[in-house]
Design a binder for this molecule. Structure first.
Ligand code: NAD
Length: 351
């Protein structure tokens, strides 16, 4: 029963949609619309079963509420997950059916790209519905949010190295990047330009070869990246990079990357804190993409507004670090407290 699910957090609306003709099976989870219509990406992924997809939808949509609150945008939290069918399938038919499913949610949720989804998929969705952003054509189109996410992660890491290592740039620093996808690769570009030495891991050989030639990166196996000798560990693949098995091996002073849900369990934040490792709460650090989406959803894409919001996000991260140090707790505890307070204040305003 969904109401007894461990990750159910009084989500306002959870929709299950299927379309046997295309093979679509998806879950659209709206966690909160207090700050505005919910917004968050859609994930297209091979889930082992529907229970795993539901867990992802519930957890990721709640994280979007926190992320959007910290990014200071007029949107609540929501997320879509599409279960990638096994074997052959018609991708366009699936995303078209998904667009029709979004219409049935009626504007409580706006989607954009997440893992496994591209601007091409958004274009297909857009033929069915207006509840979509991350488009690459149209008056306010903002395209793939990944480069802006990477920009935000980079600005946040600059705040973190100043706070933890008293460094103003990356010239003497080594960063271990896990996952060289849309965000991870762009983040490597920023870090390389800023003088960082890069150690990278991915399951794809093509991106590793590119990172060697573009960034002079060193490559390690995926199971070793969390434990390399570096200053910063940047998880940019899937969630759960910091877990009971990896935490003992983490040697860096700072953990911060683009991946959502980096802490496999909430106690991992405190465990990092106790080991003197500064954790950059993922949903604060990676809010750049949703800021870009919000710019598009406003109907008028303004790059200056996006730039200002990215600077605001970096200031918010600095405030989180400050309060965490004052209270001697992990930054993720403070970030959640701040985000929930912002949502509660809006609720009070509306009452
Ligand atoms: P992506 O699919 O483009 O990249 C993920 C990369 O991780 C791929 O290159 C993949 O091969 C690699 N990978 C998969 N398993 C791995 C493993 N075990 N070890 C090392 N590498 C592995 O996704 P993305 O858009 O770059 O997003 C990366 C993360 O950032 C995701 O967790 C996503 O939810 C989060 N995020 C993305 C955005 C965005 O704007 N794209 C915004 C916020 C958060």
């Amino acid at each position: 029963m969904i109401f007894d699910h461990i990750d159910f957090d009084d989500h306002e609306h959870v929709a299950f949609a299927s379309d046997p003709d295309s093979g679509l099976r998806c879950i659209i989870a709206v966690h909160s619309t207090t700050l505005g219509p919910s917004a968050g990406g859609t994930r297209f992924w091979s889930y082992a079963d529907s229970a795993s997809a539901l867990t992802d939808a519930l957890r990721l949509s709640r994280a979007m509420s926190l992320k959007n609150a910290m990014a200071d945008i007029p949107h609540g939290g929501g997320k879509g997950v599409i279960m990638k069918p096994e074997g052959e399938f018609d991708r366009e038919a699936i995303f078209a059916a998904y667009g029709r499913a979004l219409n049935r949610v009626g504007g409580a949720y706006y989607t954009a790209e997440d893992v496994g989804v591209s601007p091409d998929d958004m274009r297909v969705i857009h033929r069915q519905t207006d509840y979509v952003a991350g488009l690459d054509e149209g008056a306010a189109a903002s395209g793939d949010p990944s480069p802006v996410t990477a920009d935000g992660v980079y600005r946040g890491l600059c705040v973190a190295i100043k706070r933890k290592l008293n460094k103003n740039d990356f010239s003497d620093l080594t960063v271990a990047v896990q996952g060289l996808g849309h965000v991870g690769y762009a983040l490597c570009g920023h870090l390389h330009a800023a003088g960082a030495k890069l150690i990278v891991a991915d399951i794809r050989d093509d991106v590793l070869q590119s990172a060697i030639s573009d960034f002079d990166a060193s490559v390690v196996p995926v199971e070793a990246i969390h434990a390399v000798d570096a200053d910063v560990f940047a998880p940019c693949a899937l969630g759960g990079a910091v877990n009971a098995n990896t935490i003992g091996g983490i040697q860096v002073k700072i953990v911060g990357g683009a991946a959502n849900n980096q802490l496999a369990t909430p106690d991992m934040g405190q465990a990092l804190h106790e080991r003197g490792i500064l954790y950059c709460p993922d949903y604060v650090l990676n809010g750049g993409g949703i800021i870009n989406v919000a710019a598009e959803l406003s109907g008028h894409y303004d790059p200056n507004w996006v730039d200002g919001k990215l600077n605001g996000l970096a200031d918010t991260l600095a405030a989180v670090f400050e309060a965490a140090e004052a209270d001697n707790v992990s930054p993720d505890v403070v970030a959640e407290r701040m985000a929930l307070a912002r949502i509660a204040a809006k609720k009070l305003d509306m009452a």
